[in-house]
Design a protein around this ligand. Structure first.
Ligand code: CU
Length: 143
């Protein structure tokens, strides 16, 4: 089984200073639970930038969350502050860490489909990317 084409493609800002790789989301159980989306962002520019927010039509309330685990091994998540990406650096949104939390889903995330997600950056860049939806048990674009 091949991956949706977009899963392996790079998507970048017009000036190529911001590069998004390996976006994916997990299929959702209907719309009563929030969805999660994951990706990596590379800053190829010469100045640091921050990822400050998200926007997508499929969610009435999309935000960046951070999962953390306390000393008792209990995981919880909360809205993340702006995430700074140094020049030449990268950040990963991945299960167990930062993630795009898609609350108030307007439609279910269906395996094999895609949706568009706009990443908002501190320098005013708005980068719209295409996110493929993988299976409900997926852990990442490589399976
Ligand atoms: Cu979350």
């Amino acid at each position: 089984m091949g991956l949706p084409l977009a899963a392996s493609a790079q998507q970048m800002s017009e000036d190529a200073s911001i590069v998004v790789e390996k976006p994916w989301a997990r299929a959702s159980l209907g719309t009563s639970r929030p969805g999660g989306a994951y990706l990596t962002v590379r800053n190829e520019g010469s100045e640091s930038i921050s990822l400050i927010g998200l926007r997508t039509d499929i969610s009435g309330m999309a935000s960046i969350h951070e999962t953390s685990t306390n000393s008792d091994g209990v995981s919880s998540m909360a809205p993340a502050d702006d995430i700074m990406i140094p020049a030449g650096g990268m950040i990963a949104l991945e299960p167990g860490g930062y993630h795009a939390m898609l609350m108030q889903l307007q439609s279910p995330l269906v395996e094999g489909e895609t949706f568009s997600l706009t990443l908002l950056f501190s320098d005013g860049t708005e980068l719209e990317i295409t996110v493929p939806v993988l299976g409900i048990g997926a852990r990442g674009p490589e399976g």
